[in-house]
Design a protein around this ligand. Sequence first.
Ligand code: HEC
Ligand code: HEC
Length: 250
Amino acid sequence: MMTTLKHAALRALLVTCLIMPAAASAATSDEALARQLGQQMQQEDVVREEAILAERAHLLKIIREVESDGTKRATAIAEGADRSLLCSSCHGRDGNSKQPETPNLAGQHPAYLLEQLQLFATGQRKNFVMESLATNFSATDKVNLAIYFSSMPVLPVEFDAGLASRGQRIYDSTCFMCHAKDGKSAEGFARIAGQRPEYVSKTLQRYRANAQGKSNPDDMKRTNPRMEQVTQNLSDEDIRTLAHYVASLR
Ligand code: HEC
Ligand code: HEC
């Protein structure tokens, strides 16, 4: 649809320039230049996006290979544990978060961990510390950290049982489709079971703010078309109860 529209516009512009050369004023050539630059940038975006996907696929393949070899897996876990010192003050040494608004990495799917590190590195997801850390990881670091954290068990967190039981209705009608009934989600989606309620709540609010086009300070940016669609009509109360229900999942 978009491409057809763009082609039509381009054709119209070409026709104007060819049929009415005299009318092809300075303004039109500026317009053509801007259009050309716009197209070039879009092409660069596509190339960049493809490179990101290719890198993720490549790292996932390495992860599969390492995970299917007992010795390699043990080495990766040991090296990941070593690197995890850098993460421990916020995410906990074993990936069970120490701060209310910081996510657990324990038990998380490797594909999701890699994806989010890439989003921080490219600035598509904003967090000052994570952005600077993610740009400095080597491929081996990413693989080892993903294998290490995904192998760690998730410890129970505190939640309000009353709020949690009220959150179940919406969860079971919508969220389960991608995150599964137990919040452990299929590979490719975020495992959300046992995340701290404060983090879940903040995250849902950020998606919703984006969906509603509300001012969302750039350093808080978190965009995802699926999650934006799902959260756009949630009330504050829905978000609060959902957050406690997600935290209660084991
Ligand atoms: C100073 C605190 C801090 C340190 C140190 C830190 N992180 Fe984070 N990390 C955060 C916060 C806060 C978030 C959540 C950001 C947000 O809300 O978008 C986060 C998010 C993440 C996420 C996304 C998880 C999800 O569920 O979406 C990954 C992956 C991650 N960090 C990996 C790491 C790794 C690996 C290290 C160590 C090498 C590390 N972080 C060190 C604070 C930290
Ligand atoms: C159509 C699929 C889909 C549905 C339905 C869905 N999600 Fe998600 N969810 C995703 C995807 C994909 C992501 C990762 C988004 C990203 O990269 O920011 C995600 C991310 C999340 C995160 C962030 C996880 C983290 O570690 O940062 C939370 C929390 C979450 N979803 C909760 C929910 C809740 C609660 C519902 C129901 C109201 C829901 N989701 C419904 C697909 C879905």
